[in-house]
Design a protein around this ligand. Structure first.
Ligand code: ASP
Length: 339
């Protein structure tokens, strides 16, 4: 097994459940690389049938391939993260776009953000109700408006004005998410398992540019009008050339309070910490406040990290060495990686 492969396997198996920081991973250089997540939460092998597990791996691979094709042919990290998020928004398995969780009012309000590490341009949308692909709306805000963030009906109208595909709100509904919100409302408690499925991507392209994107339906049974971390630049999404790119998933209120994505990049920039150390420290901070979730991150050399303090996180990477995907943490199986 090559050194690069060993480093990659090591990265894929890393989970930060405590304050102990694993040693910094060796460089795993590649001309380009894309890393994605499909949400973190209480994802247990016992809760997924063998068939569902295979389907999740296949869905992650489709997203990786979509973004990887762009990077392999010399495209930008920005286009790659968008291309990776799009198929996950269209896939009902994930809590983004079609398949988004329900609010307590039994509707859908979607959040997304995207950031280009080249000039730190960013675009974000919150509380969308009619835009089929929120990540495209975030990109349009970045490139076709003078603003960084739109929310609510104004965000929907802006997306429509730039020609994005509009849908009825029930386009986002699935039976699985309906049963889930009903269960949460009946029990009047937050279901960590059922909120999993937010999607995100970080990438480095052949020119060394970094980018990050995140898209979500939010938390099951969230109050109407609630905005989570996903559309907030610096909380769930951050990208800065020469430093790092991050996308987060988890209990958004805690990620906002910690400013997770920016904090990871700041630690790397100002303290010189490896991604693994920086992300672990910041996730420890989230855990100390009572929050759970995970992050994916990539630095200016192409090193990357998956760090989460929940039992599982749908995740994967693609680079010149190939595609790898994983779901569970080491508590379930340290070496579970679908090739
Ligand atoms: N972070 C998202 C939110 O709080 C949910 C998630 O990632 O599971 O809206």
């Amino acid at each position: 097994m090559s050194q690069i492969m060993r480093a990659v396997m090591c990265c894929l198996a890393i989970v930060a459940c405590s304050s102990s920081v694993p040693p910094a991973e060796p460089p795993a250089r590649s001309d380009w690389r894309l890393v994605i997540h499909g949400g973190a939460g209480v994802i247990l092998r016992a809760d997924l049938s063998a068939e569902e597990e295979v389907q999740y791996h296949a869905a992650l691979r489709r997203a990786l391939q979509a973004g990887g094709d762009i990077l392999a042919s010399g495209g930008s990290a920005l286009d790659a993260v968008q291309a990776a998020v799009l198929p996950m928004e269209d896939d009902p398995r994930f809590n983004a776009g079609h398949g988004a969780v329900f609010t307590a009012d039994l509707g859908h309000e979607l959040d997304a953000s995207i950031m280009d590490g080249r000039g730190r341009d960013a675009g974000a949308v919150a509380g969308l109700t009619r835009v089929r692909n929120p990540i495209l709306a975030a990109r349009a805000v970045m490139e076709q408006s003078e603003h960084v963030m739109f929310a609510g009906s104004g965000a929907d109208r802006f997306a429509e004005s730039v020609g994005l595909d509009m849908v009825d709100n029930d386009y986002f509904s699935t039976d699985r998410r309906r049963a889930s919100v009903q269960g949460v409302l009946d029990r009047r408690e937050r279901s960590s398992a059922e909120k999993a499925g937010t999607v995100g991507a970080v990438a480095i392209d052949r020119d060394g540019n970094l980018a990050a994107a995140t898209s979500t339906g939010g938390m099951t049974a969230k109050a109407a009008g609630r905005i989570g971390d996903a559309p907030l630049i610096g909380a769930a999404t951050y990208a800065q050339n020469g430093i790092c790119a991050v996308s987060s998933t988890g209990h958004g209120e805690y990620f906002i309070r910690v400013g997770v994505a920016r904090a990871i990049c700041a630690r790397r920039e100002l303290k010189g910490e490896s991604l693994q150390v920086a992300a672990t420290r910041v996730l420890d901070d989230v855990a100390d406040l009572g929050g759970d979730g995970g992050v994916i991150a990539i630095d200016e050399t192409g090193r990357y990290a998956f760090v989460f303090n929940s039992p599982g996180m749908y995740r994967g990477k693609i680079d010149q060495d190939g595609v790898e995907t994983a779901i569970f943490g080491p508590n379930n199986s340290a070496t579970e990686i679908a090739q």
